[in-house]
Structures are given as structure tokens and as C-alpha cells.
Design a protein around this ligand. Structure first.
Ligand SMILES: [Ca+2]
Length: 362
């Protein structure tokens, strides 16, 4: 090997090292974050080049999001009647829109190859203004994160939103500046200019679930918010809601253990030191015990309402049962109400539930 150059500037021999199959470049070889062309010359071979992306030290995965290196790494596209031009000055990228075009995507400003990790949550943040108030859409192209829309005004505003990706596929961060409609906001026909600056995508902690009150305890919305678990190869339970009542039906068997059939609702919010009342109406077509509990969704060993057996007499009418619980010193957002309905009963039978209410004790 005879020479190594970055962006056409030859390095001194002490700026790089060589090990088997590896070229090591000192960090200070790179003047600024962004894309740099590394060229290696060796006697008897054509020069070999590779593109090396250097991310900034603040965790921003967008290269040149502050437009400090001109328009480097930013690409534009216009078509379908759209017409626009990007210019950069003083750390602001300005897209002069001459024609909004037909579709949302008729004008685009985008950056490709932004690294993503499956399951991680990121925050997109940018400052933006438009000489004419209008919506824009940011598409998280090539990821599962979809798109978000923002309404820009003549006043520069900081926008921030989080998104989560399902795979490691690199992100194409695509500002769609065509004929965007978002709620009541529409893109005007005339020429206008959109200014963008301080564009960043950084990894953030996944938001903690907020939890919710018990939902659809009336079964007016079918089986929404309710889930069924059945032990594979044992329980043949199904559940459905008709006329505002939940029906859990077995054709042949409910499973040997009580837990072999379960109906549950997750992500319930319980506030520290409050006392709650759980009440419900239940009936069964056969003699059977139902076990009721409220536990931590991530750890069933933590029980806010320890398992309560309810004896049901076959063919009886609905009966109302009520429990009190005081969850403890910590508020939780992932409590889980569980009805265990197995317990070794053969043959066709049904349990019906309705009017499940979990409220703070007055
Ligand atoms: Ca009902």
C-alpha cells in the first residue's frame, strides 16, 4: 500500500495503521461529521475507495442536520407537477417551492442510510418555518414507523416527535413538501419557502406505558380490550360478546389447571395508596370455580388482589361479586385483571361475564 487519502487529501503515515485486513484511521483525520471518501492506493492495483460516515458526538444520527456542511448528504426530488429548489445559508436549508404539485410527495428533501436498531425508539427534532402557513409530512421511509405531519407557520418552531422501528433497516428521512393536507391545513397554491434547521434523530428511552382505567367492562364494544389465553392442547375455549355480555365457551375441555383458560385485561393504571373496588356479574352453565386476581403484568408474583375463588352454581342467574384492594405504595401502569377459568371440566359449558367495574372506593 502506497497512500491513503480522505476526500482527496493524502494522510501522513502516522495518521493510519494497518493490521491484517484492516485499515485503521485516526479520528482526527476527519475534519467534520458527514460522509468522507477514503481512497487507498497500492502498487499494482487500481485505487480503492470507500464511503465512511462519521456521526456527530451528540448522538445525532442525521449527518449534517445543521447544514454546517452546505447541502452535503441532503438530496431533493420533485416531480408530479412539483417544483422546488434547495439552498443553504447560515445553517438553514431553505426549500423554495415554486409549485406544490399533485401528490404529497411531489417535492422531497431527504437523507438516506440513517442507522436504525430494531425495537428502539427515536426522537425526530427539527426547527422549521414556512413563508406561507402549510402542513408538511415527514415519512420514515423503509421503516415500520410510518409518517408524521406538522403545520409550519412563518414563525420558526421546534417540532419533536418520537417513533419506534421494528427492524434494523436504515431510515430514509423524507420531508414531503408537495401537496400535503393535514386535518384542516392545506398547502397553498402560490410560491413559498420552507426553512429547516437543527434536524436530528436521536435514540431515546422507550416511553413508559401510561396505563388506563378498566375499559369495556360493559362489553358494549364487543371483546375490545379483553384477551383470552388457553393452554395449547388442553383448553378449547373461545370468547365472544353478544348483547353486551361476554360469553366464554368450551366445547370439550377447559384444561387441567385453573390457569389453563384465562380472560384478562392488561395495562390497568392503579394509583399508590388508593383503595379500589372491583365488581362484576357472572354466571355459569355448570358448577365451577372462577378465580379472580389483579396482578402485575410483568410479574404475576406481585398481586394487588390475591387470587379470590368464586363458586358458581350451574344454571344459576347472574350474581354480583365485589372485592376491595389497596395496591400499595407505588403507582403502577401495568396491572392485569385475570379470570382463571380452567380447572378440569369436561364437556360443553359456558361462563358469562358482564358489568366489570374497577373504581376508586368513594
Ligand atoms: Ca353489558
Amino acid at each position: 500500500m502506497t497512500a491513503v487519502a480522505i476526500d482527496g487529501n493524502a494522510l501522513n503515515r502516522d495518521q493510519y495503521g494497518l493490521t491484517a485486513g484492516r485499515l485503521l484511521l485516526r479520528a482526527d483525520c476527519f475534519a467534520a461529521p458527514g460522509s468522507h471518501v477514503v481512497t487507498v492506493s497500492a502498487a499494482g492495483y487500481a485505487d480503492a475507495s470507500a464511503l465512511q460516515t462519521i456521526l456527530s458526538g451528540d448522538g445525532n444520527l442525521v449527518v449534517n442536520g445543521d447544514f454546517a456542511s452546505g447541502a452535503s448528504r441532503w438530496l431533493t426530488w420533485s416531480g408530479e407537477g412539483g417544483a422546488a429548489e434547495l439552498s443553504v445559508a447560515s445553517g438553514v436549508g431553505t426549500v423554495a417551492v415554486a409549485a406544490k404539485g399533485g401528490p404529497t410527495w411531489a417535492n422531497q428533501l431527504y437523507q438516506e442510510d440513517i442507522p436504525m436498531s430494531a425495537g428502539k425508539t427515536y426522537e425526530l427534532r427539527f426547527d422549521a418555518a414556512s413563508t406561507a402557513t402549510r402542513p408538511i409530512t415527514v415519512e420514515f421511509t423503509n421503516t415500520s414507523a410510518g409518517a408524521l405531519s406538522f403545520v409550519l407557520t412563518p414563525e420558526t418552531t421546534t417540532f419533536a416527535k418520537t417513533f419506534t422501528v421494528a427492524t434494523d433497516a436504515p431510515l430514509k428521512l423524507n420531508f414531503l413538501l408537495g401537496n400535503v393536507v393535514f386535518g384542516d391545513a392545506v398547502t397553498p397554491d402560490g410560491a413559498h419557502a420552507i426553512s429547516l434547521s437543527h434536524i436530528s434523530v436521536k435514540e431515546v428511552e422507550a416511553p413508559t406505558p401510561t396505563g388506563h382505567e378498566l375499559l369495556n367492562g360493559s362489553f358494549d364494544s364487543g371483546t375490545d380490550h379483553w384477551s383470552l389465553f388457553k393452554k395449547a392442547g388442553e383448553s378449547d375455549a373461545t370468547m365472544d360478546a353478544a348483547d353486551g355480555v361476554l360469553h366464554v365457551r368450551w366445547t370439550n375441555y377447559d384444561g387441567y389447571e385453573y390457569w389453563a383458560t384465562q380472560v384478562y385485561q392488561e395495562d390497568l393504571a392503579l394509583t399508590a395508596s388508593k383503595t379500589y373496588v372491583l365488581s362484576l356479574r357472572v354466571r355459569s352453565s355448570i358448577d365451577k370455580d372462577l378465580l379472580v386476581s389483579i396482578e402485575n403484568g410483568a410479574n404475576s408474583g406481585i398481586q394487588y388482589l390475591p387470587v379470590q375463588p368464586v363458586h358458581l352454581t350451574g344454571g344459576g342467574d347472574f350474581r354480583t361479586v365485589t372485592f376491595e384492594l389497596t395496591p400499595g405504595a407505588q403507582s403502577v401502569s401495568n396491572a392485569k385483571l385475570v379470570f382463571q377459568m380452567g380447572g378440569n371440566h369436561a364437556g360443553s359449558h359456558t361462563i358469562d361475564l358482564d358489568d366489570i367495574v374497577l373504581t376508586e372506593k368513594p
